[in-house]
Design a protein around this ligand. Structure first.
Ligand SMILES: [Zn+2]
Length: 357
């Protein structure tokens, strides 16, 4: 149902807290000074502003589904200390009663809890861009999202390196996504479960493990924490990584400096391989061949008919340097050494065939 409601009435309803509740259900106030002034300017000039959406809870109370930013501007205008520190928009109404008399279109929706969630979701995914966490915060109010949100606001320096320090809950979502891909379902199921006594303990353990292994490494900690998490049940692996942490970090830096990362198929698999060096004793700590190794091997191949091309030892076709791949003859993971006597240079397709066996 559509109404026109005066700002005075909206303020009264909010002050009363009995009828219009849960103004905090959406994100924090994020309007810029310019956006706020623009809104007040519209009100001053009596230009219509977009409707505010309320949800009728069917018990005499209403929630604000959409319009929190606009309502907050009006609250600040009424009381410059509304958010704790004074904000002055420097807009003066000739007569303040003009401000209070201004009528805002209000759309009141009603239905089941499911419909409420769906309505909120749709309004906020089409018109206003909320972060994933802000949407979860609105949909699944409860102890979980509240405690989780507080955690996200107060992360340590190392946690910020891992998950980012975004104040709008993006770090919470990043942390959660290490444990589940179904964010919405997780929030829904755990809405009344304590974050502090539950998920936080898992996150803390992961942070502690990652910190003990990678305190002195600044690259891609998130990917690394994911690999650590995958192995977190195997304490002998984790302990081996912790014991060798300085060697691991040196190795990582060395490979990074040599540009090895840029030739690896993916960062994740590359890091996994490097960590594996210290997971099992007996494996060669040198995991990858260098470009120099490849050049030496290339020189040893038979020349092709075209200039600068060489013959693949397997299929006998001719290829240029970039089309060859250097690989272990006996696989590194089964104890093969990373040395030229255990190296073979094959064309890409022969190498792929070999790796698929
Ligand atoms: Zn070949």
């Amino acid at each position: 149902m559509n109404y026109q409601i005066a700002i005075r009435t909206i303020q009264d309803l909010l002050n009363d807290k009995k009828y219009l509740t849960n103004i905090n259900m959406q994100r924090k106030y994020i309007y810029s000074h310019e956006q706020a002034k623009f809104l007040l300017d519209s009100i001053q000039k009596k230009i219509p502003i977009p409707a505010i959406y309320l949800w009728d809870n069917d018990d005499g109370t209403y929630n604000v589904l959409d319009g929190k930013q606009r309502i907050t501007v009006m609250r600040i205008y009424e009381n410059p200390n509304y958010l704790g520190n004074p904000i002055n928009f420097f807009i003066d109404f000739m007569d303040k009663s003009e401000f209070y008399k201004y009528e805002i279109p209000v759309i009141i929706c009603s239905g089941t809890e499911e419909e409420k969630i769906e309505t909120f979701y749709r309004i906020n995914t089409t018109a206003v861009k909320l972060t994933e966490f802000e949407i979860m915060n609105a949909l699944y109010q409860g102890v979980f999202v509240e405690e989780f949100g507080n955690w996200g606001e107060n992360v340590s320096t190392f946690e910020a390196k891992l998950f980012g320090s975004d104040k709008r809950g993006n770090n919470c979502i990043k942390a959660l996504n290490l444990f589940t891909n179904d964010t919405r379902n997780y929030f829904n199921h755990n809405r009344n479960v304590s974050f502090v006594n539950g998920l936080k303990k898992q996150i803390d353990k992961l942070i502690s493990d990652t910190n003990q292994i990678f305190a002195k490494y600044n690259n891609d900690l998130y990917i690394l924490s994911k690999i650590i998490l995958e192995n977190s049940n195997n304490s002998s692996i984790i302990n081996s990584w912790k014991l060798n942490s300085s060697k691991i970090v040196n190795l990582f830096n060395e490979y990074l400096a040599n540009g090895q990362l840029s030739i690896a198929p993916s960062k994740e698999s590359f890091y996994k391989e490097l960590l594996n060096c210290y997971e099992t004793t007996g494996l060669d700590s040198k995991r990858f061949f260098t470009k120099d190794d490849k050049i030496l091997m290339y020189k040893g191949l038979r020349d092709g008919e075209s200039k600068g091309k060489k013959l693949c030892p397997d299929c006998g076709k001719e290829f240029s340097f970039d089309e060859f791949e250097i690989d272990h003859y006996k696989a590194w993971s089964t104890g093969g050494r990373t040395s030229l006597d255990n190296a073979q240079l094959l064309c890409k397709s022969c190498n792929a065939k070999k790796n698929n066996k």
